[in-house]
Design a protein around this ligand. Structure first.
Ligand code: ZN
Length: 49
């Protein structure tokens, strides 16, 4: 079978908010990438204000 369609059906995520770094304003398509960016650049989201 060359039909390599995924049997798994992904749920349509209803994420309405875009993940973005509050420090530099960069957008990320997944939380993983956002966390990676935060870890690499040290952009921690401060909720002081
Ligand atoms: Zn950032």
């Amino acid at each position: 079978m060359k039909n390599s369609s995924k049997g798994k059906k992904e749920k349509a995520t209803t994420t309405s908010s875009v993940l973005s770094c509050e420090t530099c304003g960069e957008n990320f398509e997944s939380r993983n990438k956002l966390f990676m960016h935060i870890g690499e650049s040290g952009h921690a989201m401060l909720k002081a204000r």
